[in-house]
Write a protein that binds this ligand. Structure first.
Ligand code: AKG
Length: 279
């Protein structure tokens, strides 16, 4: 599936952009399905917002219970001082997560793609296991920043194998908050580990290497339909979206079955919902 040059580029930079990976039809189906999920979402049922300290525990619980379900999360800036949504619900959701790829037939159809399985193999995942899906809206005006991080923080395996598959569902540009990455940064250490113990989570500091300077980061602008693949150790972030245009994206996080998946990872699976691959 990938050329030797593309594989070399991935090894060198820690990421690879594959334009025109998904068709307009596939994207339209996923976007429509996300719209239906948001439509059905009752904001009153959610504490998935972080506005006050007392709400943090509830927000943590709401987040942790989304591991193997489908839940909507608000943008942090979705609410005004009166606690009311500042704009329509459909323009207030930050993301949907985290098991649509297994639980929703439309998301499953998008995610179970032999082409994707072939790319994963070429990137070193001999037997991919897909743990998480996220539909990220990056809403116009209020789309939240995602700070520098490494995805291996959340999906620890020995040896490290997590690989991110990020699909641009709209053009991702400098204006609407495209991804930024540190080329070659995947050769650095894992800085933090996000550890779950029952309904508690904490972040372990593993390494004091500072996050890259924003000035050395490169923007990963991507046309709708592009697939951006990146290594689990690659430091990356995305800026807030202050533009009038949304930046929808869909991501999948996969590890290799031949590695040891940490019991401390926040998403675990059992026989009721076994982890699956791309096909
Ligand atoms: O889409 C974004 O803005 C951030 C996504 C991301 O960091 C990830 O999928 O790991």
């Amino acid at each position: 599936m990938l050329t030797t040059a593309q594989q070399d580029q991935y090894q060198r930079d820690g990421y690879l952009v594959l334009p025109d990976f998904k068709s307009a039809g596939e994207i339209a189906a996923l976007r429509a399905r996300a719209g239906v999920i948001v439509d059905a979402f009752d904001p009153a049922s959610s504490q998935g917002i972080f506005t006050t300290r007392e709400q943090e525990k509830k927000a943590d619980d709401y987040f942790l219970a989304s591991d193997n379900t489908i839940r909507c999360f608000f943008e942090e800036e979705a609410f005004g001082p009166d606690g009311q949504l500042k704009q329509d619900k459909a323009l207030s959701i930050n993301k949907i997560g985290h098991a649509m790829h297994d639980l929703d037939p439309v998301f499953r159809a998008f995610s179970a793609d032999p082409k994707l399985a072939a790319v994963a193999r070429d990137l070193g995942l001999a037997e991919a296991q897909v743990w998480q899906s996220m539909y990220i809206f990056k809403q116009p005006g209020i789309g939240g920043e995602v700070r520098w991080h490494q995805d291996a923080t959340f999906f620890d395996t020995t040896p490290i194998s997590v690989t991110t598959f990020w699909f641009a569902l709209e053009d991702a540009t400098l204006d609407n908050g495209c991804l930024w990455a540190e080329p070659g940064g995947h050769r650095g250490p894992l800085r933090e580990r996000f550890v779950r113990n029952g309904d508690q989570v904490h972040v372990e500091k593993l390494d004091n290497t500072p996050w890259p300077d924003d000035r050395t980061a490169v923007p990963l602008e991507a046309r709708a339909g592009s697939l951006v693949c990146f290594h689990g150790l690659l430091p990356h972030y995305s800026a807030p979206n202050r533009s009038p245009v949304s930046r929808h994206a869909y991501t999948l996080h996969a590890t290799d079955a031949g590695t040891a998946y940490s019991a401390g990872n926040w998403i675990q699976r059992d026989a009721t919902l076994p982890v699956r691959g791309f096909v």
